[in-house]
Design a protein around this ligand. Sequence first.
Ligand code: F6P
Length: 320
Amino acid sequence: MNKIGVLTSGGDSPGMNAAVRAVVRCGINDGLEVYGIYRGFEGLMEGEIVKMDRVSVADILQRGGTILKTARSDKFMTEEGQKKAINMLKTFGIEGLVIIGGDGSLRGGAELAKKGVCVIGIPGTIDNDLAYTDCTIGFDTAVNTVLEAITKIRDTSSANERTTIIEVMGRKCGDIALYSGLGGGAEFVLIPEVKAEFTDVCKKVVQGVNRGKQHSIIVKAEGYPMKSEDLVKGISEYTGRETKLVVLSYLQRGGSPTLQDRKIATLCGARATELLKNDSRNKALGVLGSEVVEYDLYEALEQKHSIDLEMYNLVDILSR
Ligand code: F6P
């Protein structure tokens, strides 16, 4: 293999740049020509492809976002779109493709792989919703961002003796809520994977008040099936305590990646080029303990993500 491409797709996550840098520099080190594909699959179909050199990825390791830009593409999900993408790869002579993204992006990669493209997937998403890997690139940074917010919100929440609901991202996955709820000492975490009784949430707030707690923090995943505004209204009516909502939204996607995210991104990027150099194809890279490991791409995507129930129960025990 002589020419490889790299793209970032879906929601950006802190650490994607570190992965791009590693793909480019390790690829060049291995004697490969490396092409950056802009705006994910959208840019691939349109031929937004540029040859990268070592300098093109300078000063990006510490930056959130992605220098390659990103997009969500409905068109790519069609047969016509995928044909266009494959033709573009042929036009540029790109034989191997590194895809950095979440579940949808790696599934897009699997479609290309079925049609003969040599694909390596790197898990880049703040959501941590890919079951085959212990963690995804960007998750650690996002949780730390949420923790910082919780710490600040706790101060003002105490000063005003309020309940605050903090809504976090994660799509259908509750990991951001669960991990930040555990680390931030929340009274309750509301996640899509576990049905919670509304009265239990309220009772927890009241219990806290009765034992002199100044604040109550509830971390709610965006995928939890109740509108945050309804929750605020309901809790405030039930407990008689002022209740506010903070939606952290895109704040969670930005910022300088943590060491963990830089490390796994760099190791995954390096492994991806090594695999392509050795003509290995259709792998999903992931993290197992402190190691980067490779899985069959299709098998990896078949795995179903599950929540850590012990951790969920621990949040409850610790906040009683
Ligand atoms: O997948 C990452 C993510 O930030 C999710 O947590 C969130 O639901 C979604 O992307 C938001 O997507 P968009 O950037 O398209 O609004």
